[in-house]
Design a binder for this molecule. Structure first.
Ligand code: C2E
Ligand code: CA
Ligand code: CA
Length: 729
C-alpha cells in the first residue's frame, strides 16, 4: 500500500513539473528517480528519436560509461537492432531476457556486457497520434523479465515522458508563433497599435513612434482621439464603433504629430476577435500626406498649363463633361484665339510672347465671373466655359465684353502691344448628351470669325435649328438697322382715367425691315438684349423720343410726358446715367416730361446699386415707372424701398380681370397698396369698355390700351384728339 502511495506521489510530482513547463531534462531525471526507487539496481535510459534519419540517440543513462554513451548516438532503428531499436521499430514494448543470448544484440553485446547489462526492457515513447518520440528502457545486472507491476511502472514512466515531450513541443510551437506575430507587430513600418474597447491604447509598435512621433510608453492608456483632428472625430468614431462590432474599417483622417504638425493618416481598424468575441481593435496607420500631395501635384500638372497656371485642355474637358451633365447641356463654350500673336512672338521674342500670354490670362480671368471657367488650350488659344444660367442666356454680352477687354493695349516688358481676338461660340443643347463636340464646334466658329477679319466673334450654327440661324441673320441685320435708320418710334397714348384726357405717351420701337416689313419688338428686343445691341438701340430710342416730344408738345397747351422702355442690360451698364442726362440736354426737354420704364427683374439683381442709380435719375427730375408689375418676384411691400413714381399693372391681369377672381384681387391689392405709398397706377392693355369701367371703379389713375389707341407713328399721333377714346370708337 505504501508503495502504491509513493508511486502516486512520484507521479503527481512529475505531472506538476510538466504543468509548470519545467525543462524536459529535469522531468526525465525525476522520472528516472521514480523508476530507480522501485528498481534500485536498474540503469534507466532514454533515447531520443529523430525522424529525419530514423535514428535513436542516448540522452540519459546514469551509471553508463562515456564510451558506451558515445557509442549509442544516431543508431538506426530496426527489428533486429538491440532492444530499444526493435521497440522503436515495432512501436511496442520489447523485453530482452538475456542480452547474452539475444541475436539482436550481436552488434552491441560486447559493449553491453562490459557495462554489466544483462537484460533490457524497452518501451516506445509515443505521442497520442502514434508519432514516435523515443524509447524509455531499464537495464538490469541479471537476466530476467518484468513482472506485471514493473511493466506498469515503465509503461507509465514512458507515458509521462511522452506527455512532457508533447507539452514541450506545443509550448515551443506556440512560442514560435507568438514571436513570429510579435515581429510582424514590432517591425511593421506602419503604425500598428491595439486599442481596448474604450478606444484607449493598449500597445503601439515602433512605427507609431516613427510616424506620429509618440513612443509607446507615452501613449498607452490615452484615447485615440487625442491624436485625431477634431473635424475627423466623427469619421474615426464611426469606424471604431463598427470595428468594435466586428466589421473591419478603412478610412482617412487628419492626425496630429507629436510636434503638433498635421498629417494625413490612412487607417485600417480590425476587430480583435478572441473566442468569437471582440475584445479590442487593431489599428494600422499609414502617413499618406506625401503620397496625396504628389498625387495632387501630378493631377495639377496633368490638368494645368504651367505658363499661366490656368487649366489646360484636359482640365477643361473634364470640367465641361461634368458641368454639361449637371446643367443638362445648358452651357456655353467660348474659344478665344488671339489675332496676330505669332508676329509678336516672332518679332519680339518668346519671352515677350510668354509674358503677353500670362497678361492675357490674367485679364481674361479678371474679366470673368466666379462661376465661369477658363483654360489655356495651346499657344494663343483659350477656352471659357459658362455654366451660370444667367451667363449662358447672355453669352453674347459676355463675349463682347471679352473682346473689348482684350482690345485694350497691353504693356509688356516696355512694349505697348495691341492685340485683338477672335472668339468662337458653341452652345450646348438641353437634352443632348453630347459635350464632346462642343469644343470642336467652337473651333469651327473661331475659324469663321478669323475669316471675317478678326476682332469679332462667331456662333457655331452648323446643325442649329432654323430659328437660331434666323436669329444669327437677324443679329447681322440689326447692326444695320441702327446705322441705316430702319428703326421707327410709335407712340401709344396714356389717358387720365377720370377725364379720358391723353396725358402721356409710351414710345414703342418698330423695325422697318427692308424685306420683312414691320418687325414687332417682341421679335428682336430679346435678341438685341442677348447680343448687347440693345444698348445702341435703347440709346437711339431715348434720344429720338426726347426729340419727338419736343415736336409734339410744341402744338399743345398741356405738355405730354413720354415713357421710354429701358432694358435691364442697358440700365446696368456704366454710363447709363450720363446717357440719360445727355439726351435731356441735347433735346432741351424738361426732365419732368421724361419717364423711364424699368422692370421688376432689374431691381432684383444688385438691388442697392440699382436703387442708388434710380435715385440719381429721380434727382434729375426724371420719373420712373415699374413696368409689367405683378409678373416678377417682387412683393408689394418691396415697392416701398424704390424711388419710383408709378406702377404699370401687367396686361395679363387686365385681360383676366373679368373672369378670374384672383386677378381682380391682385389688381385691387396693387392699386390700394400703390396709393398707400403715394404711387400712381397705370393699367395697360385696356381693350374693352368693360375693362375701362372696371378699372375706373377701382380708382386706377391712368389707362393705356387699344381701346383708346394702338401705338401709332408720330404723324398719326399728331392727328389724335386730346380726348380718348375718339368719338368714332
Ligand atoms: P411693354 O413695355 O409692356 O409695352 C406695351 C406693349 O403692349 C406694346 O407692345 C403695345 O403695343 C402692347 N399693347 C398696348 N395696348 C395693348 C392692348 O390693348 N392689347 C394688347 N394685346 N397689347 C397692347 P409692343 O410695342 O409689341 O412692345 C412689346 C414689348 O417690347 C414692350 O412691352 C417692351 O417691353 C418692349 N419694347 C418696345 N419698345 C421698346 C424700346 O424702345 N426699348 C426697349 N428696351 N423695349 C421696348
Ligand atoms: Ca413699357
Ligand atoms: Ca408693360
Amino acid at each position: 500500500m505504501n508503495r502504491i502511495l509513493a508511486e502516486l506521489a512520484d507521479q503527481q510530482k512529475v505531472q506538476d513539473m510538466i504543468a509548470n513547463h519545467e525543462p524536459f531534462m529535469d522531468i526525465l531525471a525525476e522520472v528516472t528517480r521514480m523508476v530507480a526507487r522501485q528498481m534500485p539496481s536498474a540503469v534507466v535510459t532514454f533515447m531520443l528519436y529523430d525522424s529525419s534519419d530514423d535514428t535513436l540517440t542516448l540522452v540519459a543513462g546514469d551509471g553508463l560509461s562515456d564510451a558506451y554513451k558515445l557509442a549509442m548516438q544516431r543508431k538506426k532503428i530496426g527489428p533486429e537492432v538491440g532492444t530499444c531499436g526493435r521497440a522503436a521499430f515495432l512501436r511496442e514494448v520489447v523485453v530482452t531476457h538475456s542480452i547474452a543470448d539475444d541475436p539482436n544484440w550481436d552488434a552491441y553485446r560486447e559493449a553491453a556486457l562490459k557495462e554489466n547489462l544483462k537484460s533490457c526492457w524497452s518501451v516506445p515513447v509515443m505521442m497520442t497520434d502514434d508519432a514516435l518520440l523515443g524509447t524509455f528502457a531499464t537495464y538490469h545486472p541479471k537476466p530476467g523479465s518484468p513482472d506485471d507491476d514493473q511493466l506498469v511502472l515503465i509503461t507509465r514512466a514512458a507515458g509521462l515522458l511522452a506527455f512532457a515531450l508533447a507539452r514541450q513541443q506545443d509550448q515551443r510551437a506556440l512560442r514560435i508563433q507568438r514571436q513570429r506575430y510579435q515581429s510582424l507587430f514590432t517591425y511593421h513600418p506602419d503604425a500598428v497599435f491595439e486599442l481596448d474597447l474604450n478606444g484607449c491604447f493598449v500597445a503601439a509598435n515602433r512605427g507609431c513612434e516613427h510616424i506620429a512621433g509618440f513612443a509607446e510608453e507615452n501613449i498607452i492608456g490615452l484615447h485615440y482621439e487625442t491624436f485625431v483632428k477634431e473635424e475627423h472625430h466623427e469619421v474615426a468614431g464611426q469606424a471604431f464603433k463598427l470595428a468594435c462590432n466586428g466589421i473591419p474599417q478603412h478610412y482617412e483622417v487628419v492626425a496630429y504629430h507629436a510636434g503638433g504638425d498635421e498629417y494625413l493618416l490612412e487607417v485600417t481598424n480590425l476587430p480583435i476577435v478572441v473566442d468569437e468575441e471582440v475584445v479590442g481593435v487593431y489599428g494600422i496607420g499609414k502617413d499618406i500626406t506625401r503620397e496625396r500631395e504628389s498625387e495632387l501635384k501630378l493631377h495639377f500638372q496633368r490638368t494645368h498649363d504651367l505658363l499661366t497656371g490656368l487649366s489646360n485642355r484636359a482640365g477643361f474637358e473634364a470640367r465641361l463633361a461634368e458641368d454639361y451633365r449637371l446643367s443638362k447641356g445648358r452651357v456655353a463654350v467660348l474659344l478665344i484665339n488671339l489675332d496676330g500673336f505669332a508676329s509678336i512672338n516672332d518679332g519680339l521674342g518668346h519671352t515677350v510672347g510668354d509674358h503677353l500670354l500670362q497678361a492675357v490670362a490674367n485679364r481674361l480671368a479678371d474679366g470673368l465671373e466666379p462661376g465661369d471657367f477658363i483654360a489655356r488650350f495651346a499657344g494663343d488659344e483659350f477656352g471659357v466655359l459658362l455654366t451660370d444660367r444667367g451667363r449662358v442666356e447672355h453669352t453674347l454680352p459676355v463675349v463682347e465684353a471679352l473682346l473689348s477687354l482684350l482690345a485694350r493695349p497691353f504693356v509688356i516688358d516696355d512694349h505697348v502691344l495691341h492685340i485683338s481676338a477672335s472668339i468662337g461660340v458653341a452652345l450646348g443643347r438641353a437634352k443632348s448628351r453630347d459635350d464632346g463636340t462642343l469644343i470642336q464646334h467652337a473651333h469651327m466658329a473661331v475659324r469663321e470669325a478669323k475669316a471675317q477679319g478678326r476682332n469679332t466673334w462667331e456662333w457655331y450654327a452648323g446643325d442649329a435649328n432654323s430659328s437660331i440661324r434666323e436669329h444669327i441673320a437677324l443679329r447681322r441685320e440689326l447692326l444695320d438697322a441702327v446705322v441705316h435708320n430702319q428703326l421707327v418710334l410709335y407712340y401709344q397714348p396714356l389717358v387720365d382715367a377720370r377725364t379720358g384726357k391723353m396725358t402721356a405717351l409710351e414710345a414703342l420701337v418698330r423695325w422697318r425691315h427692308p424685306e420683312r416689313g414691320m418687325v414687332p419688338p417682341g421679335d428682336f428686343i430679346p435678341l438685341a438684349e442677348s447680343t448687347g445691341q440693345i444698348i445702341d438701340l435703347d440709346r437711339w430710342v431715348l434720344r429720338q423720343a426726347c426729340k419727338d416730344l419736343h415736336t409734339i408738345n410744341a402744338g399743345r397747351d398741356e405738355p405730354l410726358t413720354v415713357a421710354v422702355n429701358i432694358s435691364p442690360v442697358h440700365f446696368r451698364r456704366n454710363g447709363f446715367f450720363d446717357e440719360v442726362s445727355q439726351a435731356i440736354e441735347e433735346s432741351g426737354l424738361d426732365p419732368e416730361s421724361l419717364e423711364l420704364e424699368v422692370t421688376e427683374g432689374l431691381m432684383m439683381a444688385g438691388t442697392e446699386k440699382a436703387i442708388e442709380l434710380l435715385q440719381k435719375i429721380r434727382n434729375l427730375g426724371v420719373k420712373v415707372a415699374i413696368d409689367d408689375f405683378g409678373t416678377g418676384f417682387s412683393s408689394l411691400s418691396y415697392l416701398r424701398q424704390l424711388p419710383i413714381n408709378k406702377v404699370k399693372i401687367d396686361r395679363s391681369f387686365i385681360r383676366d380681370i373679368a373672369g378670374g377672381r384672383e386677378s381682380a384681387a391682385i389688381v385691387e391689392g396693387i392699386i390700394t397698396m400703390a396709393h398707400h405709398l403715394g404711387l400712381e397706377v397705370v393699367a395697360e392693355g385696356i381693350e374693352t369698355e368693360g375693362q375701362r369701367n372696371d378699372l375706373v371703379n377701382r380708382r386706377c389713375d391712368m389707362l393705356q390700351g387699344f381701346y383708346f389707341s394702338r401705338p401709332v407713328p408720330l404723324e398719326d399721333l399728331l392727328q389724335l384728339p386730346h380726348q380718348l377714346p375718339a368719338a368714332d370708337k
